[in-house]
Write a protein that binds this ligand. Structure first.
Ligand SMILES: Cc1cc2nc3c(=O)[nH]c(=O)nc-3n(C[C@H](O)[C@H](O)[C@H](O)COP(=O)(O)OP(=O)(O)OC[C@H]3O[C@@H](n4cnc5c(N)ncnc54)[C@H](O)[C@@H]3O)c2cc1C
Length: 276
C-alpha cells in the first residue's frame, strides 16, 4: 500500500493530477471496510487527506453553511447551530454506524462513496446542497441532485477532490428524515427518506429504492398542487414514476415501494395536521 501524505491542498491536487489512479482517503471507513477481500486495492496509491487543515472547518456564512470536505458526522452533531437550522443533518449523522464511525466518517466521503443506501446524501440533497470540486484545472460547483448519473457513477473526474459542500440557509416549514432498517442502530437503510418544504418548494429525496439516492420529481409535483392525498395508495403512481427498487438480501422491491408510500404518507399527515 502506497500512502501519500500531502500537507497542503495544492500538493494533494498535484498528486491526483500526476496519478489519476490514486485514491483520495478521508476517514477511510468505506475504503478500508473491504480491505481484507479487495486484494487488488492493496497496490493502489492512496492520498490521505487528513493533514489538509483547510478542508476541516465547518463555517457559517450569511447565506450558507459550508462543510469542509473533512467535516465529520460528529462535527455536525456537536454544532448547536446545525441542530437548530438543519436538524436533518444531525438526525442522519446520529444514525450513521456508531460513534466511532460518526467520529471518522465524512460527509464528502459519503457523497463520493455513492451508496444508494447512504444516510448523509439524502438529507444534503433535501437541503439543496452543492458539491464543490477542485483540481489543478480549477473549481467547479455541482448541485448534489445532479451529481450522480447511475450506480456509483458521478460527475467527478479522477483529478478532482471534493473540497466543500455548500448548503443554502433558508427557513423551512417542514423537515423530516426517516431511515427504515432492520434495527434502530448499526443498520443499512432498506428505505431512506428526507422531506423538506421551504420557499423553494418541496424536496422529496429517496434512498435505497433506486441505483442512486434521488429526488422524486413526480411526488414533489403532486405535493406542489396541494392535492390532498387520502391514503398511501394515492402516492403509489407518483412513487413508481420516481423510483426503481430492487430485490436484494435486505428486502424485496415490493416491500421497499410499499414502505416508502406508507412512511411518506405518515409524514405528510403530520405536515397537514400542523397546517390545519
Ligand atoms: C461499521 C460501519 C457502519 C457504517 N454505517 C453507515 C451508515 O449507517 N450510514 C451510512 O451512510 N454510511 C455508513 N457507513 C459508511 C461510511 O462510514 C460513510 O459512507 C462515511 O461517510 C464515509 O466517509 P469517509 O470519510 O470514511 O470516506 P472514505 O472511506 O475515506 O472514502 C469513501 C470514498 O470517498 C472518496 N473520498 C473521500 N473524501 C473525498 C474527497 N474529499 N474528494 C474526493 N473523494 C473523496 C474516497 O476515495 C472513497 O471512494 C458505515 C461504515 C462502517 C465501516
Amino acid at each position: 500500500m502506497n500512502v501519500l501524505l500531502p500537507v497542503t491542498l495544492p500538493e494533494a491536487l498535484d498528486m491526483l493530477a500526476r496519478d489519476t489512479a490514486a485514491v483520495p482517503m478521508a476517514g477511510g471507513t468505506d475504503l478500508l471496510v473491504h480491505w481484507p477481500v479487495r486484494v487488488e486495492a492493496h497496490d493502489r496509491t492512496y492520498v490521505d487527506l487528513s493533514r489538509l487543515d483547510e478542508l476541516k472547518p465547518l463555517t457559517w456564512k450569511t447565506d450558507e453553511l459550508v462543510l469542509g470536505a473533512l467535516t465529520t458526522y460528529w462535527d455536525v452533531i456537536q454544532d448547536a447551530q446545525a441542530g437548530r437550522e438543519f436538524p436533518l443533518l444531525v438526525a442522519a449523522a446520529r444514525q450513521v454506524g456508531a460513534i466511532q464511525i460518526q467520529a471518522r466518517g465524512t460527509w464528502a466521503g459519503n457523497i463520493v462513496n455513492a451508496s444508494p443506501a447512504a444516510d448523509g446524501v439524502p438529507v444534503l440533497m433535501a437541503y439543496d446542497a452543492i458539491v464543490v470540486l477542485q483540481s489543478r484545472r480549477g473549481r467547479e460547483e455541482i448541485p448534489l441532485d445532479r451529481f450522480y448519473s447511475s450506480y456509483k457513477d458521478m460527475r467527478r473526474r479522477a483529478d478532482q477532490l471534493v473540497v466543500a459542500i455548500k448548503i443554502p440557509r433558508r427557513p423551512y416549514s417542514f423537515q423530516v428524515f426517516e431511515k427504515v432498517g432492520s434495527r434502530r442502530a448499526q443498520a443499512i437503510a432498506k428505505v431512506g427518506l428526507a422531506l423538506t418544504r421551504s420557499s423553494a418548494g418541496w424536496r422529496v429525496v429517496a434512498a435505497s429504492v433506486a441505483p442512486t439516492t434521488r429526488r422524486c420529481p413526480s411526488v414533489e409535483r403532486l405535493l406542489e398542487t396541494g392535492a390532498r392525498v387520502r391514503s398511501p395508495e394515492d402516492l403509489q403512481a407518483a412513487i413508481s414514476d420516481d423510483v426503481a427498487p430492487i430485490d436484494d438480501i435486505r428486502s424485496s422491491a415490493r416491500y421497499r415501494a410499499n414502505v416508502m408510500a406508507r412512511v411518506l404518507y405518515h409524514d405528510l399527515r403530520e405536515f397537514w395536521g400542523h397546517e390545519a
